[in-house]
Design a protein around this ligand. Sequence first.
Ligand code: GLY
Length: 372
Amino acid sequence: MPRTLDRREIIRLGGTALGLATVMPRRLLGRAPAVHTGSVKPAVVASRNGLRSRDTAGATCVEKAFALLTGESDPLDALLAGVNIVERDPEDSSVGYGGLPNADGVVQLDSCCMHGPKRRAGGVAALEGVRTPSLVAQAVADHTDHHLIVGDDAQRFARTMGFEIEDDLNTEKSRRLWLEWKRRSDPRHYPDPESRALAQHRAGLAMVAEGLIDPEHYYGTINCNGLSPRGELAGVTTTSGLAWKIPGRVGDSPILGAGLYVDAAVGAAGSTGRGEANLFHLASFLVVEEMRRGAAPKDAGLAALERVAANTVEKRLLNSRGLPAFGLSFYVLNAHGEHAGVSMYSSSYAVCTENGPEILPTEALYDGQSEG
Ligand code: GLY
């Protein structure tokens, strides 16, 4: 029977790490051989929301993607069918329809995808009016010579490709939360830019602390990577980006090498969390390069997180322990089907293999919480 860890089990597993009571990064373990041998174990890995939203038949992202991937489907088509469930779900306020809007109350979406065997990639950024930006990213890969189209022109491109353009992707919930954030952050019409920025950041974090916003939806995203039984790798990342962002702000999600990287012979990695920290390091590329040099998925992911942590020096980005005050996670899959989720602080990720869907704990670089 497929097994899904319940919240208590996840906390218990995370608690094992907590018991170590250390703030030092975990040591990288022994390196696996760079050349993989043995059979391919098909798998789909995703951020935790890959095992939350359901389609009308009751399937989650990772289940749907795995079923298609292990059938006749093209590997990227399989993953896109999975993430489309999350993009279309009005309850997931981190992705697609109903994603938390920018500071002006407009939902702007980012996505990219990579097709391992075809060596094709596409992305869109700051796209408005299309619920499934991941499919527009695929259209960029399939119908153009380019890898990234942004803003109004991304919408124009989507229109020419036959996508339905909607006036507004807010749901009642996302609009209500934006109004609440506005009320809290702009009580006196922006006294000065610096205090406004501080007030906005604090208002957002307070809403997370009060449980109005899922902590994962503040920088919320879904990344989903898969390996077919035929050894084909693909990946997709899609997001509404940072909640209440400056209009036009683009994070890591649509950027090849940052929000996602797939190398057909080595593996795939993608991210959720603070996009700026990832963009500065092109960390998904780094994870895949670590695997190319022989690292196992977990060690490759931890190496990237260590790099991010080492370059996090600004006080505003550090917590009371002097550690990164933000969450960042990578979902890593190698060309064998070995996988790992890694995160700055304890978290979990979704997987589907021949054993069925599961939520597994990530390997955390640091114990405790981000305090972000
Ligand atoms: N990782 C999503 C974002 O920062 O936009």
